[in-house]
Design a protein. Structure first.
Lengths: 264, 255
């Protein structure tokens, strides 16, 4: 016990994390370098604020005089979104099941997962540009691009949901002598149906938003009208379009939220 | 007495060279309850799952005799295997109901080996199937629960639905894998009581894996004791002595 009075060397309770410290210093250094390279100084920001003020002033009041053009574009965007979502969901159902590693053998799930990964890897605007080049201007290219995006999103999440199901329930249905399709229909799908509907509704929300943009690259919808209005400096018409888009998205979220709540 | 099930030389190796079931022979009569007891991991579940091929046997014969004729389940593939499975009902430890389906839909799952897919999909089951499902729900004491979702039921109620689903198959053989291990003592007795009564009424032989030796002795007319993948006791409950239990479960002090 006499040792207790002696000062013992201080013991470090935590190991120093040198890797994290070096990374932090490097990140700060890169941020400073990048902002000087891109001319992001305070002076540039203040000039920008002035421009922004003039821009906002010209957007007000919003001009709904050309409402027919606006309505036409909005309706086309909605059609693109709904068609792409429905097509995407229909294709995602088998793809998601085939990509689930607990149901499909690896030589099926592997290639299907690869295909889904390709659908996800390119941004939908790039896909839309590709389809505009391949199929020509118009809504068809927009529908095709957003269908690809929907497949990438819905089938990946759906496959993950299927991989989380209880295999005990599946085993019980199989033990009754049910065929493979019957096992899918009554053992697997009931476990994931509500989540699948949720993914579909979420994708419809996204597609409504995304369908307003594909028009910018010529793939149909309100985006084309918006882009033209920007180019002609019709900022009051731009603000009318933006207000309409925001209203549509809010409405869609409200409706899909209600449906999701009812599905639970 | 004719045999409903005749297992010859059944071996199962999950890992080659490490058999879980060792060259097992077992013959089950056309009626009554046979209880299989033994420590955890001794292959009881594997044995039951080999019989309806939820697990693939490595070697051996599994001859099933009944109204549907005589077959070797171990050799079947594809459609023939599905037709064999529908003759073998199974009750699970954790009930394994499809939780998001209703009680009635779960019971009718027992007909999936018989009805075409579109009927199951549109819920257009034949009238006699629906009538039988209602009769079975009455028999297991759940007459009011047909439209409730399975995940709204208690454990004992779920196991009753599980039994109704298995009997819905009109099986030649009923397998029960630890049917009472997730239930409280009183519910366990009630469920076993009902299983015994209904199986006798339907004339179906039952093989039941069970940990509770007292319940096994009370309800089975025959007890099979397993140890390390082999049968080391086979006889009526009266002849099962402490010495047998020591050899089945190992150890001394627990008795």
């Amino acid at each position: 016990m006499s040792d207790a009075a002696l000062p013992s060397p201080r013991r470090a309770p935590f190991a120093p994390d040198w890797a994290m410290r070096i990374l932090g210093v490097l990140l700060i250094a890169y941020l400073i370098y990048a902002s000087t390279q891109l001319d992001l100084g305070l002076g540039r920001f203040i000039t920008g604020l002035g421009e922004g003020g003039r821009f906002l002033a010209r957007m007000f009041p919003p001009n709904f005089e050309r409402w027919e053009l606006l309505l036409e574009g909005m309706l086309e965007s909605i059609q693109i979104a709904v068609l792409a979502t429905v097509l995407g969901i229909i294709l995602s159902l088998p793809l998601g099941l085939m990509a689930a590693r607990n149901l499909a053998p690896w030589w099926v799930s592997g290639p299907v997962r690869g295909f889904i990964a390709v659908c996800r890897s390119l941004h939908y605007v790039i896909v839309a540009i590709l389809f505009v080049k391949a199929l020509g201007f118009g809504a068809l290219a927009g529908v095709a691009a957003l269908t690809v995006a929907s497949i990438g999103f819905v089938s990946k999440l759906f496959a993950e949901a299927v991989e989380e199901i209880s295999m005990k329930q599946v085993e019980a249905v199989r033990s009754t002598g049910a065929s493979g399709m019957a096992v899918l229909l009554l053992g697997v799908l009931p476990q994931v149906a509500s989540r699948f509907v949720g993914f579909g509704l979420y994708q419809l929300d996204s597609n409504l938003r995304n369908s307003t943009l594909v028009g910018v690259v010529g793939a149909g919808g309100i985006g084309g009208t918006l882009f033209a209005a920007f180019k002609r400096f019709d900022y009051d018409f731009v603000s009318a379009i933006l207000i309409s888009i925001i209203a549509l998205i809010l409405l869609a979220e409200l409706v899909s939220g209600r449906i999701r709540a009812a599905m639970r | 007495m004719s045999a409903a099930l005749d297992i010859r030389g059944l071996t199962k190796e999950y890992v080659p060279g490490k058999p879980v079931l060792r060259n097992l022979d077992l013959s089950i009569g056309a009626e009554g309850i046979t209880a299989i007891i033994g420590p955890s991991g001794t292959g009881k579940s594997t044995l039951l799952r080999c019989i309806n091929r939820l697990v693939e046997p490595t070697r051996g014969e599994i001859r099933l005799t009944g109204a549907g004729g005589a077959i070797d389940v171990a050799k079947l593939r594809g459609r023939a295997l599905r037709l064999a499975r529908r003759r073998i009902g199974m009750v699970f430890q954790e009930y394994n109901l499809v939780e998001r389906l209703s009680v009635m839909e779960n019971v009718l799952c027992g007909r999936l080996g018989y009805v075409p897919l579109w009927r199951a999909w549109l819920r257009k089951y034949p009238e006699e199937d629906i009538a039988r499902a209602f009769a079975l729900l009455d028999a297991v004491g759940l007459p009011e629960h047909a439209t409730r979702r399975a995940d709204a039921l208690s454990g004992g109620q779920r196991q009753r639905v599980g039994i109704a689903r298995a009997l819905m198959q009109r099986p030649d053989l009923l397998l029960a894998d630890e049917p009472t291990s997730s239930l409280d003592p009183r519910t366990s007795v009630e469920v076993l009581e009902m299983l015994t009564k209904l199986a006798a009424a339907e004339g179906v032989p039952v093989i039941i894996n069970i940990h509770n030796v007292a319940l096994a002795k009370r309800y089975a007319k025959r007890i099979v004791g397993m140890h390390e993948g082999a049968i080391i006791f086979d006889g009526p409950p009266e002849s099962l002595q402490d010495d047998h239990l020591r050899r089945i479960y190992g150890g001394e002090d627990w008795l």
